[in-house]
Design a protein around this ligand. Structure first.
Ligand SMILES: Nc1ncnc2c1ncn2[C@@H]1O[C@H](COP(=O)(O)OP(=O)(O)O)[C@@H](O)[C@H]1O
Ligand SMILES: [Mg+2]
Length: 505
């Protein structure tokens, strides 16, 4: 029985977990904005295991009990209905009380689970922010808060233990009651001459046979209830489908021409109009600089090109095809994207650079590292390219992380390269080295450089200045300077700042 039912339930659990995990990754960014990570993790672990309890133990014991009851009770009734009635009298009581105790136990267990995850989140945050805690001398305060959370966990755990302690005595009392009633009523029946002494012994065995199933019945009811609540929560996410789908799924090799036609976008959750009627064109193999202050909509442009979300109005065309017609994966594979906030995996430098590559060719890693001016840094690490980047790249400086992130994008030899403010932590000298290298290696690549610094965009064939999601100026570096408007002012301000920095150095 265990081999078939419990093993099968473990296999179903495995399938369910994999299905949910894969499904999560297909869901759009909006989904991740609306749900917190803790909730996602709970549904894939806790809820799945509750459903497994239903598919395994509940099914197994359920069948077991039904068959046992169907076989035993008719026998008892056949021998003596009166005695059957009295000896079974305490059993429904047993079932109900087990059910209610079990419900209390479940509720307390959930509280414990919550308190435990609260505790571990707190510990994780403490150690991620340990530098800040030390420098602000907050150790004692953090210890106090931890103590309070720990105390809460202890007190709920003790309450649970108390309820669990009630479990066994209740069962024993009610079974004892059944036995006393059976012996007493049995004796009365015996004196009336309705049954033999042997029948009383037989009944005692029946009562004993039935107590475990009846206890389990209460337990099962609560498992089933919990499983159904869990399954509902799982389905809620499984039924959500991504709204980023391709209409005609075209698999096309890109040349790299990009065109925005009257593009507007409003973030649905905040209602912020991030893009407002944008129009621009970039020829294949050319470069576009996008400059603007924080919050002007630069990253939104980048994210809309890789279709992390769909725009509300207008069209984005790549090689004169609407991007909604492209096969999404195939489109994204041909675009190199360096996000604004760098994320590196806890892995070696090589593996981080090779992240988006199918073939693992070390020479291309070397080339990408050279082109992003990483060699002198990497050579100074004892293990060179095999250096592990600690949790979130703790051993690297901001500029080094940015350059690894750029190397990861250019190693794909993309047709379109999008750099979202990823030169910000670099000094202007390193920035120039990288931009000069790009000119050589990115001849065939359409490059979009997003920045709030003139130095990053000034080499681009075309520059657009955006403010509140609108283009307020566009043209080449020279034209924009001659215009003597926003770009010109920003340029002078930044030149002034650079001069001051040079004086300090
Ligand atoms: N995920 C999001 N949900 C809601 N609003 C957002 C989101 N991301 C950005 N915004 C808003 O959209 C505007 C443009 O943001 P963004 O494109 O990131 O600007 P930039 O990259 O130029 O700093 C900002 O006002 C920002 O608050
Ligand atoms: Mg941005």
């Amino acid at each position: 029985m265990r081999q078939t039912i419990i093993v099968a339930s473990r296999k179903i659990e495995y399938d369910l977990k994999n299905e949910i995990y894969y499904h999560y990754q297909t869901l759009p960014l909006e989904f991740y904005n609306n749900n917190n990570t803790g909730d996602l993790m709970n549904r894939i672990s806790e809820d799945v295991s509750k459903v497994r309890m239903y598919l395994g133990p509940a099914l197994m014991y359920g069948l077991n009990i039904t068959i046992l009851i169907l076989m035993v009770i008719p026998f008892m009734l056949y021998i003596n209905p009166t005695l059957t009635f009295y000896s079974l009298l305490p059993l429904p009581l047993l079932c109900i009380s087990i059910y209610s105790v079990q419900n209390i136990i479940n509720k307390k267990s959930e509280e414990i689970q919550k308190s435990l995850s609260d505790l571990s989140i707190y510990v994780q945050e403490t150690f991620s922010g340990i530098r800040l805690i030390k420098s602000f001398v907050r150790e004692i305060n953090f210890t106090k808060v931890f103590d309070k959370k720990s105390e809460k966990y202890k007190s709920i755990s003790l309450k649970l233990q108390f309820v669990m302690a009630l479990f066994f005595p209740i069962v024993m009392t009610l079974i004892g009651l059944s036995i006393i009633i059976t012996v007493y009523v049995g004796a009365l029946e015996f004196f009336k001459g309705n049954i033999t002494i042997g029948n009383i012994a037989e009944f005692l065995i029946y009562v004993y046979l039935l107590t475990w199933p009846v206890t389990a019945l209460g337990w099962l009811t609560s498992i089933i209830q919990r499983a159904s609540a869990s399954q509902k929560r799982i389905n809620e996410f499984l039924n959500q489908k991504t709204n980023i789908i391709s209409k005609s799924n075209k698999i096309l090799n890109l040349k790299g021409k990009i065109e925005f036609k009257d593009v507007s976008f409003i973030y649905p959750d905040t209602g912020i109009k991030a893009l407002d009627n944008l129009n621009f064109k970039v020829k294949a193999g050319e470069s576009l600089g996008i400059i603007g202050s924080t919050g002007s909509g630069k990253s939104t442009i980048a994210n809309s090109i890789i279709r992390l979300f769909d725009i509300n109005k207008g069209k984005i065309l790549i090689d004169d095809e609407d991007i909604r017609d492209y096969n999404i994966s195939y489109l994204r594979k041909q675009i190199g994207y360096v996000p604004q906030d760098v994320f590196l995996f806890s892995d070696t430098i090589t593996n981080n650079i090779l992240f988006g590559c199918q073939n693992e060719d070390f020479n291309s890693v070397l080339e990408a590292a050279k082109n992003t001016d990483l060699m002198r840094n990497i050579n100074s690490f004892p293990k060179k390219f095999e250096t592990k980047i600690g949790e979130r790249g703790i051993t690297l400086s901001g500029g080094q992380k940015q350059r690894i992130s750029i190397a990861r994008a250019i190693i794909k030899k993309p047709k379109i390269l999008i750099l979202d403010d990823c030169l910000s932590a670099l000094d202007t000298k390193t920035e120039n080295v990288i931009l000069e290298n790009f000119k050589k290696i990115m001849k065939e690549t359409t490059t979009i450089i997003i920045s709030h610094r003139i130095s990053s965009v000034k080499l681009a064939n075309q520059i657009i200045v955006i403010e509140d999601g609108e283009i307020i100026e566009s043209g080449s570096h020279k034209t924009l300077l001659n215009n003597k408007k926003r770009y010109y002012k920003t340029y002078n301000r930044q030149i002034e700042k650079n001069k001051q920095e040079l004086n300090i150095n």
